[in-house]
Design a protein around this ligand. Sequence first.
Ligand SMILES: Nc1ncnc2c1ncn2[C@@H]1O[C@H](COP(=O)(O)OP(=O)(O)OP(=O)(O)O)[C@@H](O)[C@H]1O
Ligand SMILES: [Mg+2]
Length: 139
Amino acid sequence: MNTLTLRYEVPGDDFTRAGEASSDVKRKLKQLGYNPDAIRKVAIAMYEGEINMVIHAGGGEAVVDVDPKQVQIVLRDHGPGIPDVEKAMQEGWSTAPDNVRNLGFGAGMGLPNMKKYTDELRIDTKVGEGTTLFMKVYA
Ligand SMILES: Nc1ncnc2c1ncn2[C@@H]1O[C@H](COP(=O)(O)OP(=O)(O)OP(=O)(O)O)[C@@H](O)[C@H]1O
Ligand SMILES: [Mg+2]
């Protein structure tokens, strides 16, 4: 398997389409016969990051590099940024507004789950400029 790069635009205003990019990655990894445990972790972590871009950042872009040893996911947005990353990483911490909570989001579990299901996680964020998440799952 050579390196495969997948790119997606994540729309910021459409909850009905939220999760499409991570579902597509999951489907493609299955087609490649990728390690099932790695597929599950990638699907969970990328879904959470994708939803965060929709809810908190007005959308963004996802770039996924697949090679035999690992899957690298980069999620980049130009949203408000995260003022306190340490706080945002805590279970239960959420700034999701009521209309989003009514849809079932906002438990404050997305970032903790990204940490749990990835082998590497880095968050570059600047208030007023945006956020980039780098995640790696080893096969
Ligand atoms: N891409 C982002 N841009 C700006 N803020 C973000 C971004 N991602 C996360 N945050 C901030 O970090 C907080 C915690 O994120 P996390 O995904 O853990 O919880 P949540 O999205 O609020 O709820 P859940 O993921 O359980 O539905 C968010 O409430 C938000 O304040
Ligand atoms: Mg979230």
